[in-house]
Design a protein around this ligand. Structure first.
Ligand SMILES: [Zn+2]
Ligand SMILES: [Zn+2]
Ligand SMILES: [Zn+2]
Length: 330
């Protein structure tokens, strides 16, 4: 894809992924196509040519949701344009694209708990050295989680966005993007999240946006339905939604908002490493509350949420001991 001309910045003449200088216009003999808003050299562009799979989920056809074949994470991009995973770097990633990772590595000797979380994210053993690339990917995953969280609101799931600057810079670099989309559970439609209400459903006075959710403790939950486990983040109403849809509660841990977002990012990365991709017939039988199934794993995968949220409080009993008809306001 082509970056808007007025936005051309100095980084546009080096490959964002490896730091090599590139010459000429995008997608010409001496330069690869621009991908995810940034210039790429030809070898770096070739490496990710098949990384993202278009899912064809969004109405209208102008933009689509793409899924990373390596880690399953989602990114919105214009249909037919080239994008890449918000999180995954590759063996050619070098130079400035790893700076964020190097900075994080420098902190780890003083922050062993953080080092544990990075290792868990990367699937490393306690004694393994953390590669700079894994640290950079951790930063990118957290940044993505935080960006999407700003659009979180009751009643919506499977948020997907386009964070300009990821996976390389560990934070958003420019405000423009292809937008943030989500699935409204009540009507099952995908929509761009512009304001707080669904375009198709009457407004629900109880629904709260991120602004209202930000300062509340957050829940990391794990529920089971038939042969599937689903983890996720949200308030009590989100957990009850799953229970009403017929899922059984496995575990709920409450933690600081930022900690829960980070735990979710780690879990999402771990999920792919933990099991084979789900067979289509399994996801066909999911309850509607499970959404598109991006946070769903087979029942045999062992997950203990407390391992991901060490400072969290186990509040599972809050949901098993109160009558389900009670509307929770937490
Ligand atoms: Zn390159
Ligand atoms: Zn990925
Ligand atoms: Zn709706």
């Amino acid at each position: 894809m082509t970056a808007p001309r007025s936005r051309v910045r100095p980084t546009q003449c080096i490959c964002v992924n490896c730091g090599d200088t590139v010459h000429g216009r995008a997608n010409t003999r001496r330069r690869g196509p621009d991908i995810a808003w940034y210039a790429h050299c030809r070898p770096c562009a070739d490496l990710v040519a098949d990384q993202m799979q278009p899912l064809g989920l969004l109405p209208g056809g102008g933009v689509d949701i793409y899924q990373c074949r390596t880690c399953d994470s989602l990114r919105v991009c214009r249909t037919g344009w080239r994008t890449r995973c918000h999180t995954c770097l590759d063996e050619r990633s070098a130079g400035p694209s790893l700076t964020v990772g190097a900075r994080l590595l420098a902190r780890l000797p003083d922050e062993p708990a953080l080092a544990d979380r990075v290792r868990r994210f990367a699937g490393l053993a306690d004694t393994d050295t953390i590669p700079t690339r894994a640290a950079a990917e951790f930063r990118a995953a957290i940044a993505l989680g935080e960006e999407l969280d700003r659009h979180r609101r009751d009643g919506w799931t499977d948020l997907a966005g386009d964070v300009h600057g990821l996976p390389w810079y560990g934070a958003r670099q420019a405000p423009f993007s292809h937008g943030t989309w989500g699935l409204h559970l009540r009507c099952g439609s995908w929509q761009r999240l512009r304001d707080r209400t669904c375009a198709k459903c009457p407004p629900e006075p109880d629904d709260r946006t991120f602004a209202a959710l930000r300062d509340t403790p957050y829940l990391l939950y794990l529920v089971r339905h038939r042969g599937l486990l689903k983890f996720g983040v949200g308030g009590a109403s989100r957990v009850r939604q799953h229970l009403r849809a017929g899922a059984q509660l496995v575990e709920v841990v409450e933690g600081r908002h930022a900690d829960v977002i980070e735990a979710e990012a780690v879990l999402k990365r771990q999920k792919r490493a933990a099991g084979e991709p789900l067979r289509w017939w399994r996801t066909r039988r999911m309850p509607e509350s499970f959404g598109a199934g991006t946070e769903v794993v087979r029942n045999g995968v062992r997950i203990s949420l407390a391992d991901y949220l060490r400072d969290g409080i186990d509040v599972t009993s809050r949901f098993t001991s109160t009558p389900e008809t009670k509307r929770d306001s937490a």
